[in-house]
Structure formats: structure tokens, C-alpha cells
Design a binder for this molecule. Structure first.
Ligand SMILES: [Zn+2]
Length: 271
């Protein structure tokens, strides 16, 4: 199958159905073929069980063009298709799991000020997947046997579920080091630049956090004292690669407004 068809989860079913039927729908999860898809599937099952996964919503219309553009650029760097799911949680947030699933909390669409900030956040998340940060962290923690994650064999339903619960906790608690976060910012800015979305979006988001009330900052991005360092690292990366980044306007006034339906209705995937 050509890559442009494989790049997003909803591309294939949409070819088979009338496109308007599935335009606002969650993608179908990837079948389990290895440990990464198995962990991804186990986290998906957890979120589904908690009733968090949004099955259909007009918000998918807002997400789709951004997710498609990012997937197209990020896909050659990862061996499973990226799929973007909307979830309902209390805090605006986004997180990615092994296997290619990226979760975007519905309120993030209303939290960000423009398209570039949302695109920057999603580019950052797919970069964690490209770098295999979640799997590396699991190995570091050694809460499970190295050989179980190292061997090619599947983990089995109970172990995969146990790890998934732990992983979900980590993804909600700033588990990554500043260095790992900065590396995801840098790769994310490369991915965003390749899509044409202004990579300054992530800098604008951090700039706002510097001045914002801590309670209003998404948990995953609220690494407050480190934001200055993350901005510095990004600015340096932009300076070091003028052929890629010089063409982008650093001023937030140049941003593209994000079109989000007001009070978008949501239907949840039944547990
Ligand atoms: Zn991160």
C-alpha cells in the first residue's frame, strides 16, 4: 500500500465509506504485531475502559489536517502508523504511547491560542514515539525484567496491562527528564518545519507558560523552571539550521487562528 494511504489510521476506512461518515471519527487501533503495538493497545484498552476515548466529534475535523500533515513527515521515522485519538480528561494535555498512538485531550483544542501551538505540541509528542522514550524509560525503571522488554516475544495480556497502567501514570506525571523533553522539542521542530507549520509555535506556547498561572498550564508541559532552557535549546537549533528555520516568522502575531467548533458534541467509545 502506498505510504500516503498508510500514513493515518482513518485514511483506509474513509476510502471505503462515504468520507463524510468517517470524517469526525476516531481511527481504528492497530493490530498487535510486536511489543510496542502491544503496549500501545494495552494503554488504548485502559483509556477505553475508563470511557475517555472520543469515538466521534467535530473536533476530529480540526485535528485531521494537522495530524495528516504531521504523520506524512514523521512516518518515515517510525515503523508503525501514527494514529491520533481525542480523549476527554480534566486537564488540557497530549501524550503518545509506543505503537504510534497519539492522544489529544479535547480541552487542549480550546487551550491553545493558534494552529502552530497545537501542531507544535503534536510534533513534540510524535517525537517521543520516534525516540522510543516511553520504552526507554520502562527499561530504565527496571520495574519489570529487562529481558521481558528486550525479547521479541509479546508480553502477554496481564503483564502488558500492568505496564500500561504504570505507563499511563508516567505519561501524566512529567516523567521525562528535561533533556529528553528538549530532544523531543528539537525533533518536533524539525517535523513541524517539514510540514510547513511554523515551528515557533512551541516557543510561543512556552513563552505563555512563563507568564501564566501554574494551575492553568497543562500538566505535561508545566515543567516550569525548565521552560526557559527548552526555549533556549529551540532558539539555538533554529539559529544552527537557517536553511530550514529562517523562513519562519518568530512573531506570534503571524500565527494562524485555530478553527474549533464551539461546544463540540462528543460521542464516547463504549467500554
Ligand atoms: Zn514531552
Amino acid at each position: 500500500m502506498p505510504n500516503y494511504l498508510k500514513s493515518t489510521g482513518w485514511a483506509v476506512p474513509c476510502l471505503l465509506l462515504v468520507s463524510t461518515l468517517c470524517a469526525g471519527q476516531a481511527p481504528l487501533p492497530e493490530p498487535v504485531t510486536d511489543q510496542e503495538t502491544e503496549l500501545g493497545q494495552a494503554v488504548y484498552s485502559q483509556l477505553k475502559e475508563k470511557g475517555e476515548i472520543v469515538e466521534s466529534s467535530p473536533l476530529y475535523e480540526t485535528l485531521r489536517p494537522i495530524a495528516e500533515a504531521i504523520s506524512k513527515e514523521a512516518q518515515p521515522r517510525y515503523n508503525h502508523p501514527f494514529k491520533f485519538f481525542i480523549v476527554h480528561e480534566t486537564q488540557p494535555n497530549a501524550f503518545a504511547t509506543p505503537g504510534g498512538n497519539v492522544y489529544v485531550v479535547d480541552s487542549l483544542f480550546y487551550f491553545v491560542k493558534n494552529t502552530e501551538q497545537l501542531a507544535g505540541t503534536l510534533c513534540h509528542e510524535v517525537s517521543h514515539t520516534i525516540h522510543r522514550d516511553a520504552v526507554h524509560r520502562l527499561k530504565e525503571q527496571q520495574r519489570i525484567e529487562r529481558r521481558e522488554l528486550g525479547a521479541a516475544l509479546l508480553l502477554g495480556p496481564s503483564l502488558a496491562q500492568m505496564i500500561a497502567i504504570q505507563m499511563l501514570g508516567d505519561l501524566h506525571s512529567l516523567a521525562y527528564s528535561r533533556d529528553v523533553e528538549s530532544k523531543a522539542d528539537v525533533t518536533g521542530s524539525d517535523v513541524c518545519a517539514a510540514t510547513g507549520y511554523n515551528p515557533w509555535g512551541l516557543v510561543w506556547l512556552f513563552d505563555e507558560f512563563q507568564n501564566a498561572d501554574t494551575k492553568q498550564i497543562p500538566q505535561l508541559l508545566s515543567d516550569h523552571p525548565a521552560n526557559g532552557d527548552r526555549i533556549k535549546t529551540l532558539r539555538q537549533h533554529f539559529r544552527d539550521h537557517p536553511s530550514v528555520f529562517a523562513k519562519f516568522d518568530s512573531k506570534p502575531e503571524s500565527a494562524t487562528p485555530l478553527v474549533v467548533p464551539k461546544n463540540a458534541a462528543e460521542q464516547f467509545l463504549k467500554p
